[in-house]
Design a protein around this ligand. Sequence first.
Ligand code: PHE
Ligand code: NA
Length: 496
Amino acid sequence: MEQAREQWGTRVGFLLAAIGSAIGLGNIWRYPYVAYENGGGAFLIPYFIALATAGIPILILEYALGHSTRGSGPKAYRSIRERWEWLGWWQLAVSFVIATYYMVILGWALSYTYFAIGTQWGEDTDAFFFESYLGVGEEFWSLGGIQLSVLVPVLIMWAAVYFVLLRGVRRGIELASRILMPVLVIMLIAIVIRGVTLPGAAEGLNVLLTPDFSALLDGTVWIAAYGQVFFTLSIAFAIMIAYSSYLPRRTDLSNNGFIAALSNCSFEFLAALGVFAVLGFLAVQQNVAVDEVATSGIGLAFIAFPSIINQFPALNSLFGVLFYGSLVFAGFTSAISILEAIISGVRDKFGLSRTGAVNLVCGAAFLVSLIYTTGGGIGFLDIVDHFINNYGLVLSGLVQVLLVGWIARELPRLRDHINRVSDVYVGAWWTISLRFITPLILGAATAYNIYEELSAAYGDYPVSALLTLGGGVALGAVIIGFVLSMPRWRGTETTG
Ligand code: PHE
Ligand code: NA
């Protein structure tokens, strides 16, 4: 039986959910370092150009795809060209892979929120993380069994995510975003104020903001800017397609896109100030240059930050709880969005109830996520993350703009749709960005990634691991995309 599609309760509710998806771990632990490494203050130039020529145009494109077809990724692409349903499943397969380890990192962040009380990680924060907490073994392939210390927080995060998703779009996702996002912003502001008032903060901020304009002549800086913009806005995951399929018929698309993108950037800039202020403090405490302590990702969050918090003049536990709590909150709304995109696709195609689809998707993702709770899980996680980002996300984003801009030539129709419903008129800038600029840059980025891959093996991992795990997930996602597009369409019919 055809059920009415779920809908957001309010425009603000949709916006907060979209911003909640965008603001994630990437804003806190990825952006600051990417900016520092790629020209410091000068990075703002490629960053804003990437935002204007790819980030915001694709965001609005995805809103239009979801809204005009009232469908998740597979349904939206199928509405454009029946044979292209597989692209939707490919993007959802990429989302699935990312969801499985994203949930585990959330579990770590939850553990560290607790460890922050009385700085339970001790002095050697490196050994604490890898040996005591994760239980990493000697050999890459020896998984070493599930670690209870990791399994418990991961289970808690899964239970929370499951609960929100079962409640649905309005009473679950929208409500959670309305509560968590404002709290998150307050937490970030508190972190930044504490950070910039620490001794040494100015050194850190100098290193972050001093512009190196020669970086603008370096192609890799531009690739980094486009890569960051893709990741940070959650585009090419088919997430925004699903979220905008729940918008009412009469709604704004373009202005919402601008607001969501600019909110996400503001959060990113603020977080960068906080992170580099705190790194400046660490450098001064240890009497070294800021460059020696600057890192990102897992190393920043779970090794550098604990040792920084140890050296705080006062209130270390409070700062620790705020920092890890903000990782949990930021990541939680992103995890919800990535799972909802898949749930939405499964419901559209197979006509499942929400409960059925949530059980299926969360159940499967939960089982896979257990791999990362084993002692050897972190090596797996690092490899899978590298390959799925470079060869799943970027490549499916490239195929997406080629399909819409060149193969199906849908841009004029989508632009009319946007302009019919939106507050802000979208003009030639949008079409030119999507037809020419984005495909060129993404094509160059892919070629460069492949060149890098072939010239040096990623990390210190065995080549067997890179080929099977990394190559496996990257290729597997495409194959799964094709496989899932094959069964007969049983759910809500496609329009168009
Ligand atoms: N936009 C998120 C970030 O900046 C990344 C993300 C995308 C996470 C999609 C989950 C789903 O961290
Ligand atoms: Na983001």
